[in-house]
Write a protein that binds this ligand. Structure first.
Ligand code: GRF
Length: 184
């Protein structure tokens, strides 16, 4: 049971996935075969290398998708996990891996899609926002929802507080759901 992680940035969610499981017995650990990025400078690549996980950086989307396909086939990977991957995958790739690609998004979808969800929810003044994990389809942040968790916004929260609250939930929820999906 293994996964590939795709990311474009800092990779705190990757870190949470790598840290999941029992530190001594290894029970509940998630087997990450590769970490792939469209950005050479993504800090997530360094996090992976620190754990001796192989990495690929490929800015060209069609080449990146081909690499990911080859990796998945060669390693019998069950799940492609997007963790802050900022590109829209092509319809062909998404069709090929239907119900095998998941994404995490920092809002209660379908509200606040896109790259600035936390800021937009905060500026809108919502009292509740949250985290969504969903299957990836051809759209942006639109596939079938797998899990959601609510994050209340307190009157005293500044934008940084809200970022921190949401990321804390993400880092717990994503490994849990990945494990559940891998275990069927
Ligand atoms: C997360 O907030 C995730 O929900 C969104 O992108 C962010 C990635 O953060 N899709 P990180 O790179 O895992 O720190």
């Amino acid at each position: 049971m293994s996964i590939v992680v795709l990311l474009s940035g800092s990779g705190t969610n990757l870190q949470a996935i790598m840290d999941a499981g029992h530190p001594f017995t290894g029970e509940g650990r998630i087997d990450i075969k590769y970490v792939v990025s469209d950005k050479h400078q993504a800090y997530g690549l360094e996090r992976a290398q620190n754990r001796k996980i192989p990495t690929v950086a490929q800015p060209q989307l069609n080449l990146l998708e081909k690499e990911v396909t080859d990796i998945c086939i060669a390693n019998s990977v069950e799940l492609i996990v997007l963790a802050g991957f900022m590109r829209l995958l092509t319809p062909d790739f998404v069709k090929k891996w239907k119900k095998k690609i998941i994404n995490i998004h920092p809002s209660l979808l379908p509200s606040f899609k896109g790259a600035h969800a936390i800021e937009q929810a905060y500026e809108y003044g919502v009292k509740y926002t949250g985290v969504t994990i969903h299957y990836v389809d051809e759209g942006m942040d639109t596939g079938p929802i797998i899990a959601q968790e609510i994050v209340p916004v307190a009157k005293s929260d500044c934008l940084n507080d809200l970022h921190a609250k949401i990321h804390k939930i993400e880092h717990r929820l994503y490994p849990t759901i990945i494990r559940e999906l891998l275990n069927g």
